[in-house]
Design a protein around this ligand. Structure first.
Ligand code: NAD
Length: 442
């Protein structure tokens, strides 16, 4: 879908007109494309506490520390806040950004690394650590017009194994539409070793549901570009589009309705080896205000978006269809976080997905399983699904975020590829919004 307002605002005439009318021009977002630098090449860190671990995360980048006086522009700012234990110490965070924000380039990236809040922490420390969320969410809003993003990464332990994958993702243009968010990194077993950053999914087999178009098609392309062998699934009516897309990717097609009573069994028997990655992307909307919603509209949305995901996962766990260290990624929605008029069914299904992810992640942890499960919650993404939204609602939907524009399917796909990567082993039970810091439920 074309965003006429965005395109016009970037044209010569549009720029002049927007300036006369005092309208904000949505920023031109930097997006990763194959062959680009994976991460920002110059990153400024506030101090040396975890400098070695941070440097190890970015072997290809120039990491400088703020005390090395310079006013050169930088691609990223990292504030290590893990040692902050009192509200008084938060001033260090204020001072760093107050003095250094001017050095950040357009489309620059900011990450604050905090200590994961838990019950062993003093109330003072927990409050100070939580304050970091307010800081990044506000900075993200202030810098959104420059296409910059700001996010918090809470770590249980700071090591290359736990923070490298999320930090590299957040410092890259793969995360361009992820802003004002919190990612939590847990622990990894001592045997866990990071694998290559280039083609991280080489040798992995990935199943993507709803892969014939929209976000699902982009997920399939991105996972394939990262080296995975992709199995795309869609309903029989999408046969032509699915087979065309899978043949372009050298992948396999499965035509199946995920709500069929024997769908999990059919799927499992179509596979010749365990799955390393499963992306539950297939989803529908059937919008109506609750009073006017039919039972069929309620049921189809809940069955496809939530029931099928639960059934397939349950069968795959019971029959060992997931490979060791498998990565499951579900697609939720900001409607499941904020609720939305006319979407009681959809919001229920997507909130349910977030619950499913949290409960499954906890069970996996209790059972010492090395499989992870996470979700992404897209905001307004330009697809055939959102193209059906009435014109003016669509226009406002796009502007309702700090980046003043809709996201692209590849923005969601890149976030999923990060969560599906073997290097993201410490990320479990997260729901990451890919919404340009949408105001809905923010
Ligand atoms: P889309 O309608 O373009 O694509 C959905 C795909 O799922 C289609 O290929 C469709 O055939 C498939 N599908 C539907 N029912 C199925 C079933 N029963 N079995 C197998 N496949 C089925 O939608 P999209 O915009 O690409 O959305 C993809 C996912 O992202 C959905 O889960 C959606 O809820 C979610 N999402 C989208 C947005 C957005 O702005 N587009 C925002 C938030 C969340």
């Amino acid at each position: 879908m074309k965003d006429g307002y965005l395109n016009f605002s970037h044209s010569k005439v549009g720029k002049t007109l927007f300036s006369i009318l005092g309208l904000t021009v949505p920023p031109k977002l930097a997006r990763y494309s194959e062959g680009d630098e994976l991460v920002k090449t110059s990153i400024l860190v506030n101090d040396r506490t975890n400098l070695v671990a941070i440097q190890q995360c970015f072997p290809e980048s120039n990491i400088s520390v703020v005390d090395e006086a310079s006013s050169a522009k930088v691609g990223g700012l990292v504030f290590d806040a893990t040692t902050i234990t009192t509200p008084q110490q938060l001033v260090g965070c204020y001072e760093f950004f107050n003095q250094q924000l001017g050095r950040l380039i357009t489309n620059g990236r900011i990450v604050i690394i905090g200590s994961a809040i838990d019950s062993t922490m003093s109330v003072e420390m927990a409050a100070s650590q939580r304050a970091l969320v307010g800081i990044v969410k506000s900075i993200a809003k202030e810098l959104g017009r420059k296409g910059c993003s700001a996010n918090v990464l809470y770590a249980k332990q700071v090591s290359e194994q736990t923070i490298a994958a999320p930090l590299r993702f957040l410092m890259s243009d793969k995360s361009t539409y992820v802003s004002g968010q919190v990612i939590a990194a847990g622990e990894v077993t001592s045997e866990f070793e990071l694998s290559q950053w280039h083609k991280p999914l080489a040798g992995k087999t990935a199943l993507v549901t709803g892969a014939s178009r929209g976000i699902g098609a982009a997920i399939a392309s991105t996972l394939a570009a990262d080296g995975a062998q992709v199995i795309g699934l869609d309903i029989p009516q999408a046969k032509a589009a699915l087979e065309q897309h899978m043949s372009e990717l050298g992948g396999q097609s499965i035509l199946l309705d995920v709500t069929a009573s024997d769908a999990p069994q059919q799927l499992a028997s179509a596979l010749d080896k365990p799955l390393d990655i499963v992306v539950h992307n297939a989803g529908i909307t059937r919008d109506k205000t609750l009073k006017r919603m039919s039972t069929a509209q309620w049921q189809s949305v809940v069955d496809i978006n939530l029931g099928a995901v639960a059934n397939i996962n349950q069968h795959f766990f019971q029959h060992e269809v997931f490979a060791p260290q498998a990565k499951i990624v579900c697609v939720a929605s900001i409607s499941g976080i904020a609720g939305n008029v006319g979407q009681v069914n959809y919001a229920a299904s997507k909130a349910g997905i977030i619950g499913l992810v949290e409960a499954t992640a906890q069970q996996l942890q209790v059972n010492d399983a090395d499989i992870t499960i996470n979700a992404v919650a897209p905001g307004f993404i330009e697809t055939e699904m959102t193209a059906k939204i009435p014109l003016m609602t669509r226009h406002f939907g796009r502007r309702l975020c700090s980046l003043s524009q809709g996201g692209l399917p590849q923005d969601v796909a890149n976030t999923i590829a990060f969560l599906a990567s073997p290097n993201a082993q410490a990320i479990n039970g997260n729901t990451i919004r890919v919404c340009g810091q949408n105001l809905m439920g923010a």
